[in-house]
Design a binder for this molecule. Structure first.
Ligand SMILES: Cc1cc2nc3c(=O)[nH]c(=O)nc-3n(C[C@H](O)[C@H](O)[C@H](O)COP(=O)(O)OP(=O)(O)OC[C@H]3O[C@@H](n4cnc5c(N)ncnc54)[C@H](O)[C@@H]3O)c2cc1C
Length: 539
């Protein structure tokens, strides 16, 4: 942490460092990450109380590493139930129950947390909100709607009024603004940013329930591609389950949203009022959409304001948390004078291409699941079964996209722009995850080598000023690779040094001989940002 967060919420000129519109999970995570860096943040939220309806129920390893950085995992890791072991991963079955495809959600993941985890979004939002409220430099203004935004060379002026009756118009001033105001983002519209729509659209009933009896399900998530009634069954965190049902043409949205309909649709799985308590249910229209620009001057889009996807891969919130991390490290470095404002230009291109790949995969799964035509569904089943040599085999890896270009990554490095690694280490008898034990915003890690061996002292000092840490891991040295996960990761990536960014993406890899070059190019990228492309050209 660069500065103590114990600051008044506003400076003398009445300007905070950051304004955040929207106290959903993305806005709150962005606010906490900035406040932990010592910045003053005001969060403006339209509604007086938190959104109570069911939405995200699975979260991936990378998002949990981001929540670890937020400080959530220290006390609240129990909110998340890992998909692992005999309970299986993600299965796609046809109407007759035959396995069509499986996604390996139980794979060992690179972020130090289980690949996929069930959770209950309202519980997470409650924790995030109380964490934000405990930080003196964060002010949460609930019950205020953002209505207008203007900007000049020094900052942004946000006009808001009371949501209840439109009274009490107020203006807030901040150096930068993050629009995390959700799918119907007012800020996005005010800035005139267009979205691209993929034309995917389907209404689904989402039913969260508490099972009253113990029961084993054959997978963490099962998609039932039954043209008579497409459905999803999923673990939604400790002590909870969820069903989702697609609306058929013969059922109105009103009819679908009734609790009687929810019970009727769950009955074939023997989920009844005798063995389950209905917690919440709501009808959502699943869509796929992404903003064409992620930035206008000092204003940035993040989360659902920037992209929307059908939830078949459980990635909407995960993508939003990636945005929050990718944006806040940049903004914090720029605001503290450690980097040039030009590093902000790569936020949208990097995140946009990454999330597009996930949206496209989510739509592809959605189209498979939402098929209502029995003949086309039968053809689909035949084709998919033909591809499965072993019906019990887990065949497909979850999406693992690379950052888009131009990006702040090393040129001509096949690993750059992919997700980096975190695993358990032990130092002086204390073991834990790397970020907790060693930490560092920028992380330079060598396996069995000193990554700084060839780096001039001046570059080492610069790297430390950036919040960088350097460490040498080994089987039995002072920093132990406890489970051999780093050894396996480095072997898989053909290197023994990695330089990772504050959002856990790889800046570059190589050997200790490559580190001076990597640090020089990073320094150039942060100071006047000649952004390197994959071919090594500068743009
Ligand atoms: C049924 C369903 C299942 C899902 N499942 C998953 C899943 O399993 N895994 C996953 O990762 N994601 C999933 N998602 C997606 C996930 O829920 C969203 O991506 C996530 O909640 C978006 O967070 P956000 O903070 O960007 O937006 P939101 O949570 O929508 O927050 C935006 C906030 O901005 C506020 N706001 C709006 N306008 C204004 C204004 N003018 N002024 C002030 N405040 C304003 C809103 O009141 C709201 O609080 C699912 C979504 C749905 C609908």
């Amino acid at each position: 942490m660069k500065r103590l967060a114990n600051l008044p919420a506003m400076d003398k000129a009445g300007q905070v460092d950051f304004l955040v519109v929207g106290a959903g999970p993305v806005g709150l995570v962005a606010a906490i990450l900035l406040a932990r860096e010592g910045w003053r943040v005001t969060v403006v939220e339209k509604w007086p109380s938190r959104y109570p309806m069911p939405r995200a129920c699975t979260i991936d390893h990378e998002a949990l590493r981001i929540l670890q950085a937020v400080g959530t995992m220290e006390e609240h890791a129990g909110l998340f139930e890992p998909s692992r072991g005999e309970r299986g991963g993600y299965q796609i079955r046809n109407g007759a129950g035959t396995l069509l495809r499986a996604i390996n959600w139980n794979r060992p993941a690179e972020s130090g947390w289980a690949n996929t985890n069930g959770f209950y979004q309202p519980d997470l939002e409650e924790v995030l909100e109380s964490m934000a409220e405990e930080i003196p430099s964060v002010e949460l203004r609930r019950g205020w709607s953002a209505e207008a935004v203007e900007q000049d060379a020094e900052g942004v002026i946000l006009t808001m009024s009371r949501t209840e009756d439109g009274s009490d118009q107020e203006q807030l001033r901040g150096s930068w603004l993050i629009a995390a105001d959700g799918a119907n983002s007012v800020i996005r519209d005010l800035l005139g940013i267009e979205s691209v729509d993929s034309d995917f659209e389907a209404d689904w009933l989402v039913v969260d329930y508490v099972p009253l009896v113990d029961r084993q399900w054959d997978a963490f998530v099962t998609q039932y591609c039954d043209p008579d009634q497409p459905a999803t069954a999923v673990n939604s965190g400790p002590g909870r389950r969820r069903f989702e049902f697609m609306r058929r043409a013969d059922c109105s949205v009103g009819e679908l949203g009734r609790s009687e309909t929810a019970w009727r649709l769950m009955e074939p799985w023997d989920v009844t009022p005798e063995n389950a308590r209905l917690e919440r249910h709501a009808v959502y229209t699943f869509r796929a959409r992404w903003a064409q620009d992620w930035r206008r001057g000092r204003v940035f889009l993040a989360g659902d304001a920037a992209h929307l996807m059908p939830p078949f891969l459980g990635q909407g919130l995960c993508a939003g948390l990636r945005d929050a991390r990718a944006l806040t490290w940049r903004l914090s470095m720029v605001a503290s004078g450690l980097a040039d404002t030009s590093i902000l230009d790569s936020y949208g291109p990097e995140r946009g291409a990454h999330v597009r790949e996930i949206i496209e995969e989510a739509v592809a799964v959605g189209e498979m699941v939402c098929e209502l035509d029995p003949r086309r569904a039968a053809d689909r089943d035949k084709d998919m079964i033909a591809l499965l040599n072993d019906p019990e085999a887990v065949t497909v890896e979850p999406p693992h996209p690379k950052l888009g270009q131009p990006s702040i990554t090393a040129a001509e490095d096949g690993n750059a722009g992919r997700l980096s690694v975190q695993a358990r280490v032990e130092v002086d008898g204390v073991s834990g995850l790397y970020d907790d034990v060693i930490g560092g915003t920028w992380q330079l890690i060598g396996l069995d080598v000193d990554p700084l061996a060839n780096v001039p002292a001046e570059h080492q000092a610069w790297f430390a000023r950036m919040g960088g840490t350097a460490s040498s891991l080994s089987e039995d040295g002072p920093i132990r690779d406890v489970d051999g996960d780093y050894r396996a990761w480095f072997a898989g990536h053909g290197c023994n040094v990695v330089l990772s960014r504050p959002d856990f993406y790889i800046y570059g890899t190589g050997t200790p001989d490559d580190v001076p070059r990597l640090l020089e190019s990073l320094r150039a990228a942060l100071s006047n940002s000649p952004v390197y492309t994959e071919t090594g050209a500068m743009s």
